[in-house]
Ligand binder design. Structure first.
Ligand code: GLA
Length: 753
């Protein structure tokens, strides 16, 4: 079915007319979106479960009109507005010098293709206010919905956009809200609250996505879990200021949505100009959060440029926690040789290589290889790294500048701040063209809205990439954009777009270079940045215990192949906790695996174990980076079980992890969900060995641990297996493979002895 452009006149709010286009009904992978046009405004009737191929006569489903209320039923519009009686959070706030404050958008056209593409473009206009809003909708295979608006100023004077939100209805059954929060070294931790009347808003005013960003905002049925309950969830693909919210109005309706959080007059459109919102990504699941995750993963993995579509994710060594700023060639060469011998495939030189950068107080902005430290440039190191068969990666932080840098001395006006020039500028001293924000890690933000500053950074990065064999950039961003301004006006929006343009331009010029988005760890994890980067650094915390939570919840949205996850030093540099190698490896393996540790002086047993863990990752990365993520609703708060199951149900890798001491003497039978019920599997504990005295505290292991066991998926999900008694802060990897068939995997896993 393909509705032509109907070119409806934006006329009065009339009830059903013969001219009203047919409802828009998009269906994919168990999820459906239904919009109705009878009130000449696109009305959001349903987002959630697939309602089947046949719909009732929608004209009979008009809402009642209650007492002491608007005289007509209230429409939840695609852009909810007061002109339709909506008294919740408005979808559009804007004005024309104070007037035209209450939009009355009405449908102009529908271009729908509910067939293969399951997409539509709807246009609404308010001729009196002089605005048009075009909405793009896509329901992707896997059930992930994308929605964004573009507002055009059709009037003859400037129009200021204060907010343009994307919202969707949530079913009445939703009773709880879940979102994520965090801080440096503790990103993506969940919090839950009951859903009451009112608005629950999560605001991000960091100028970047933020350590406390709610990667996912979900509403669901009481007690919804990983694998049960109905859930409606949204994510905004944006790396600047933003809000996500759940709004339950007095008439009993609930919507969930998000918007860019704009500064005052930050987006003021000249006649003919337009403002495009970030994409809202939304998913519905009737099988808990795992269903939401499946929708996001399917979307990521369908992209032609998805990294695993190019090649398997290489094992990384990042030298940061090995050497920090102490860049000495012999040590760096030694690390490269050791890493290569262990099986590492990508070597990343972190902060400290560029002019004047001996610590974090100076140098940002001077993107030239430091001549004193590197008299022959990076070539000797790059040659050694590539000679060992590894890729070479380099750390950069292009959006930032130290006041102690040649760049800041030459161009003080390229530093972004709230006030430009004038008296305040003069008072701020010679290093500044205006009042500067407070420093953060001794640094300021470069004003990339300034085309000259943007071009300088582009040229420096382009020169580095053109002049060296660099396969990978770790692109860092280490501060909030506080008081961010360009020409005395707020500029987080424009800066975010400028950063996106920079990444896009560099990717176009260097399509084979992978880019990681790091932001003091995980302060810029969102689908806006991930549209133009190849992985995120989930956290600066390499403590495996913290990582269990950070990765579990980052992984709600972002698949493991895009989440950097390294084995850190035995004693964590950010928490001072000590963990056995097995726990660090069992944790890191469920991500884009790597090392961030001085591996030069390991004892031989530890070296062998590390080499085994690397081989194990290589053996399973194909599965881990393509399969369905499964997280059990584990009743013991001391235990967590997660795994990845191949889409054909043929194999899986699970991790049972003990995060604390349990109330129970033994874990009992732990169920392995998500397998094919009728397939017979062989289950083996592959790491650590059954004899590992650090990992287990038991006089005798469960009967199957040493040699494995065969059972059906139905048995494993319904009754489960008795599990070994793990010491706290330890884990065990369980390999599950279709019994009696399938090619054995290559590699040398660490097996039970
Ligand atoms: C940030 C990153 C770290 C490291 C340092 C270097 O903190 O998150 O991984 O790269 O910068 O200064």
């Amino acid at each position: 079915m393909n509705n032509p452009d109907l070119n409806l006149a934006p006329e009065s709010r009339t009830p059903a007319t013969p001219a009203a286009p047919a409802p828009l009904y998009l269906r994919r992978s168990g999820t459906a979106l239904l919009l109705d046009f009878r009130t000449s405004e696109p009305a959001l009737l349903h987002f959630g479960a697939d309602l089947g191929p046949e719909l009732p006569d929608l004209s009979l489903l008009t809402d009642p009109v209650p007492h002491s209320a608007l005289d007509v039923p209230v429409t939840l519009g695609l852009v909810p507005q007061a002109s339709s009686g909506w008294r919740g959070r408005p979808g559009l706030r804007g004005h024309r010098g104070g007037t035209a404050f209450s939009p009355r958008l009405r449908l102009v056209s529908v271009e729908a293709d509910p067939g293969d593409a399951a997409s539509a473009v709807l246009t609404q206009a308010d001729p009196d206010a002089g605005i048009t809003v075009r909405t793009e909708l896509r329901l992707n295979d896997g059930g992930l919905l994308q929605l964004r608006h573009t507002l055009v100023n059709d009037g003859g004077s400037p129009y200021t956009v204060e907010e343009l939100a994307a919202v969707l209805p949530v079913g009445r059954a939703a009773a709880e809200v879940l979102d994520l929060t965090g801080r440096w070294c503790r990103e993506s931790h969940p919090q839950r609250l009951p859903l009451h009347q009112g608005t629950w808003v999560r605001s991000g005013r960091h100028g970047r996505t933020g350590h406390d960003a709610s990667l996912l905002l979900a509403a669901g049925t009481p007690g919804f879990g990983y694998r049960h309950g109905q859930v409606w969830a949204v994510h905004l693909g944006w790396s600047g200021n933003h809000e996500s919210f759940v709004d339950t109005t007095g008439d009993g309706r609930t919507v969930i949505g998000a918007s860019e959080l704009l500064g005052s007059s930050e987006v003021t459109l000249a006649p003919g100009e337009s403002y495009e919102t970030p994409w809202l990504f939304a998913a519905y699941s009737d099988a808990g959060l795992d269903g939401i995750t499946a929708a996001f993963y399917a979307w990521f993995r369908a992209r032609p440029q998805h990294p695993t579509a190019v090649k398997p994710r290489p094992v990384v060594l990042n030298v940061w926690e090995a050497v920090y700023f102490d860049h000495r060639l012999p040590a760096l060469l030694d690390l490269a040789a050791t890493a290569a011998a262990l099986g590492v495939e990508r070597y990343v030189l972190d902060d400290g290589w560029f002019r004047g950068r001996r610590n974090d107080t100076a140098g940002l902005g001077d993107w030239y290889v430091d001549e004193d430290l590197w008299p022959d440039g990076l070539t000797p190191l790059i040659d050694a790294v590539t000679g060992h068969g590894m890729e070479f990666g380099l750390w950069v932080e292009p959006e930032m500048v130290n006041e102690d840098s040649d760049l800041a001395r030459a161009h003080p006006d390229w530093i972004a701040g709230p006030v430009t020039g004038g008296a305040a500028g003069a008072a701020a001293g010679p290093a500044s063209a205006g009042r500067l924000p407070e420093r953060w890690r001794h640094q300021q933000v470069l004003d990339l809205v300034n085309p000259e500053a943007w071009q300088y950074i582009y040229d420096r990065l382009d020169a580095l990439l053109s002049g060296n064999r660099i396969s990978y950039l770790k692109w860092d961003q280490n501060r909030d954009l506080t008081e961010m301004g360009h020409d005395g006006r707020p500029s987080v929006h424009a800066q975010t777009r400028a950063v996106y343009r920079l990444l896009d331009a560099l990717r176009e010029a260097h399509p084979d270079v992978e880019i990681e988005s790091c932001s003091s760890g995980g302060a810029r994890v969102d689908l806006g940045i991930l549209e133009r980067t190849d992985r995120v650094w989930g956290s600066d915390c390499n403590d495996a215990l913290e990582r269990q939570t950070i990765q579990r919840w980052t992984g709600m949205v972002v698949p493991p192949e895009l989440v950097g996850s390294h084995i850190g030093p035995t004693r964590s540099h950010t928490t001072a906790r000590t963990h056995d190698l097995s726990f660090r490896a069992v944790t890191a393996i469920f991500g884009h695996f790597g090392l961030e540790w001085d591996i030069r002086h390991l004892e031989s047993a530890e070296r062998d174990e590390l080499a085994g863990a690397i081989a194990l990752f290589k053996e399973y990365r194909g599965l881990l980076h393509s399969g369905r993520m499964v997280r059990a609703d584990e009743p013991d708060p001391a235990l967590r079980l997660h795994g990845v199951v191949a889409h054909d149900g043929g194999e899986a890798l699970f991790a049972l992890v003990s995060v604390a001491t349990s109330f129970a003497e033994i874990p009992g039978r732990v169920c392995l969900p998500g397998l094919d019920p009728d397939t017979r599997y062989r289950v083996e504990a592959v790491y650590p060995a059954a004899t590992d005295r650090g990992a287990y505290l038991q006089t005798a292991p469960p009967g199957w641990l040493a040699g494995g066991v065969e059972a059906t998926g139905r048995f494993l999900a319904g009754s489960g297996l008795p599990m070994p008694v793990l010491n706290p802060e330890h884990g065990v990897l369980l390999s599950v493979r279709r019994a009696g068939g399938g090619a054995p995997h290559s590699g040398t896993p660490v097996r039970n002895s």
